[in-house]
Design a binder for this molecule. Structure first.
Ligand SMILES: [Zn+2]
Ligand SMILES: [Zn+2]
Length: 74
């Protein structure tokens, strides 16, 4: 009788490695609520990977770091 190898039941992964339910509008990845970043400019919530350092020194979302840039000709 072949003995089935029982996978070792390791400890649960830390919360920062778990997959969250919140979808980041910046990268589309799922992140957990504890790891969200709220942009002070537009109050949009993204994951911490999508935050960027503004020239002012504050942390803002990707959309707020990009220069306004005039859209000519739409
Ligand atoms: Zn993101
Ligand atoms: Zn923003």
């Amino acid at each position: 009788m072949a003995r089935a190898k029982i996978p070792a039941a390791g400890p649960a992964p830390p919360w920062w490695l778990m997959e969250g339910d919140e979808e980041c509008p910046g990268c589309g990845q799922l992140y957990i609520y504890e790891m969200e970043f709220r942009c002070p400019e537009c109050e949009m919530t993204t994951c911490v990977h999508c935050r960027r350092r503004h020239s002012d020194g504050r942390w803002v979302c990707v959309s707020c770091t990009e220069p306004p840039g005039d859209t000519d000709g739409g």
